[in-house]
Design a protein around this ligand. Sequence first.
Ligand code: BGC
Length: 372
Amino acid sequence: MTRTVKLFAIIAMTLTVCMSGVELKAEQGDAHAFEMNKHLGRGINIGNALDAPREGEWGVTIKEEYFKIIKDAGFDSVRLPCRWSNHALKEAPYTIDPVFMKRVDWAVNNALKNNLYVMLNMHHYVELYEDPLPEKERFMALWTQIAEHYKDYPDTLLLEIFNEPDDAFTPELWNEWLKEAHAIIRKANPTKTIVIGPGNDNWTTFLKLLELPEDDRNIIVTVHYYFPHDFTHQGAEWMTHEKLMQNLEDKKRVGQPLPAWASDDWEGDSSTFLGTKWMGTDEEKKYMTDIFDIGVAWGKKHNRPLNLGEFGVYEKADVASRVRWTTFIVETAVERGMSFHYWEFCANFGAYDPYKKAWREPLLNALIPPKK
Ligand code: BGC
């Protein structure tokens, strides 16, 4: 072979390999994200820890043993909510505190070591809810650092762009930002599955406003479910009058049914609902499945796998109702092929009691039904 012919052959071979790689990925595209969603399976949020202003301030400091306890109970994955925004410079280059980064690494590594898939996110960047625009450069810079930092981690680590966009961080603005953040993450992590939810607290009913990077098929779509808030958030201090009134406006925007108490001159807050039970009547169940089926229909239409990234009931509700609600939601999600992450492991929605060092059995059984 002359040198030119040889060179030509090498180029042709390289092109074929590259092309088949591309084809393979494109073909596998949809199937791969669905496969990853199966691996997420039944999961739990290690909440109120790395998402607190500082770990420990909300009563949870993650212990090494937690990962084994979670795995041994039968969970497949954990969601790790992280408040990066409290651990990075306020000015450019917005460097993430290496001590915090190391702590997150520690948590991720321990989860992976215990064969748990990990969904790592950006949580409680609260400045975005009030005035997002001045934060945009910082938001993207945080993602550039996180994406770069985790690029050599295995694909059993999934990256979720943002927990619950809300208020001034509108669904429209979210559509713009998510595409930019997605491009940043994808550039450094060509094969990792990226997780993205709809605007307005990741409500299923807001999926219809969500715009994704269409060509990227390695995406799992996540939704959160806490309806009806009167039951799940009874007595929750952060569910204020204003928040509940805003929820009514949000429901009106997407045509979601309003609760019986809805009126402009309602004066209550979440404490008004203390004592609300969930009995599992046909009507209560239908309310729940109707909302789930909106998600399922959207998922089918767009051919995207769905994750239920948060759901749970605050500790002030009675245990029997909490267990009934949780059992039904888990069945509903699993029947519809969704993976899930219960909110949360060991704080005030907790399925695990860190003082007694024991699972709250009825809640655990709702999440992982005992084998018959
Ligand atoms: C928030 C938690 C809160 C939970 C239920 C989560 O998205 O991060 O702080 O407890 O929702 O309201």
